[in-house]
Ligand binder design. Structure first.
Ligand SMILES: Cc1cc2nc3c(=O)[nH]c(=O)nc-3n(C[C@H](O)[C@H](O)[C@H](O)COP(=O)(O)OP(=O)(O)OC[C@H]3O[C@@H](n4cnc5c(N)ncnc54)[C@H](O)[C@@H]3O)c2cc1C
Length: 328
């Protein structure tokens, strides 16, 4: 019996995989058969996606909060408020994002979502294949977002490579503590320990906020974060509604887009994390649109723009200074 075949396989149904699926089913390619495989049921609010926007996005309906100014807090506690001018800073909760896309996909007969671990992705010349817990599925194209930070070890004599660690707590306080109109992007009231460390606060209401700690090394995140909330922010009485965390690569390593004749890397694996900032969401949206345009125009997905020399230079410079900070 031959292996099940799909026009398009998405190996990984996280942010990049689901975004590409959303763009595909809202394009002239909407009737193509699509298989999405992920080893996790995406039913947790495991990431909060924020981005700067000066234009609409396809996900504006699920934006949870948006702001047009923000605070920066220096290590000495000096607060500066900045206006975002033509930009808005928008936040989408991961859980809303997953449900929004998955619910739309579930109604489509040509889309199959499968729970399972992808053991490997194979290039087979005129098609590609994935092996999911021993079972093979073939595809006209495979888009691979299966990135493992623990296996990412670029040659550090040639490339700068750091890990941006996040730990976030969504809390509800007993009394009002936050100004819902003003997020804090950088709160530097933490010992820098020879690297770059900061907290940020996304205020959802006067008593409800996400407080996230960002560091460049594995540390006792949760303890530091809880001490910051209690001792620096002065919030003693609160309950934790949700936790999130993870690690992103900050690097000038040139991630491969084309991983075979019929395999394309997307998301973090396709180099979508901007090394100077750690943001990826808007780049993932733009990349998905470019992949569709390439498929329509050329019959292959690989004609996507690479970063301009200006951004590469900024990223390289920032990678140097992030690294410099981390080296002390
Ligand atoms: C805590 C945190 C906060 C972030 N906040 C922002 C932000 O505010 N703004 C922003 O722009 N970016 C942010 N990022 C960076 C980036 O946008 C996210 O990491 C985003 O999830 C990257 O998308 P992805 O599809 O590449 O990876 P993921 O979303 O992680 O998707 C990869 C998927 O592959 C699945 N998978 C992995 N291995 C296998 C396997 N072998 N078999 C089957 N499935 C597998 C995983 O379960 C996962 O669902 C944040 C990252 C983190 C960790």
């Amino acid at each position: 019996m031959s292996d099940p075949h799909y026009d398009i396989i998405l190996a990984g149904g996280g942010v990049a995989g689901l975004t590409l699926a959303h763009y595909l089913v809202n394009s002239p390619l909407r009737d193509r058969s699509i298989l999405i495989v992920d080893e996790e049921v995406k039913d947790r609010n495991d990431v909060t996606l924020s981005f700067w926007a000066d234009r609409p996005t396809p996900f504006d309906d699920i934006v949870y909060r948006a702001w047009d100014a923000f605070n920066i807090v220096s290590d000495g506690g000096y607060v500066r408020t900045l206006d975002l001018r033509q930009y808005r800073y928008k936040t989408i909760r991961g859980i809303d994002f997953y449900y929004y896309i998955q619910q739309a996909l579930a109604a489509l007969p040509n889309v199959t979502m499968r729970l399972g671990t992808v053991d490997r992705v194979e290039d087979r010349g005129d098609h590609a294949a994935i092996v999911v817990e021993g079972q093979t599925f073939t595809g006209g194209w495979v888009f691979d977002s299966l990135f493992e930070i623990t296996r990412f070890a670029p040659d550090t004599t040639r490339y700068r490579a750091l890990q941006q660690h996040f730990k976030g707590l969504e809390i509800e306080t007993a009394t009002p503590h936050f100004d819902p109109a003003l997020p804090t992007f950088f709160d530097f009231r933490t010992p820098q320990e020879g690297e770059l460390r900061f907290y940020y606060v996304l205020p959802y209401s006067e008593r409800h906020a996400l407080i996230e700690y960002v560091v460049l090394s594995r540390t006792k995140y949760e303890q530091d974060l809880r001490e910051h909330i209690a001792d620096v922010m002065g919030i003693k009485d609160y309950i934790t509604l949700n936790e999130e965390g993870g690690i992103s690569p900050l690097t000038n390593y040139p991630f491969r887009r084309r991983a075979g004749r019929r395999i394309m890397n997307i998301g973090i694996k396709g180099g979508m994390i901007q090394p100077s900032t750690g943001y990826a969401f808007i780049r993932i949206l733009d990349d998905s649109a470019a992949i569709i345009a390439s498929l329509l125009r050329h019959g292959h997905p690989f004609d996507v723009p690479s970063d301009s020399w200006f951004y590469r230079m900024c990223d390289w410079g920032c990678c140097r200074s992030w690294t410099g900070a981390a080296r002390g």
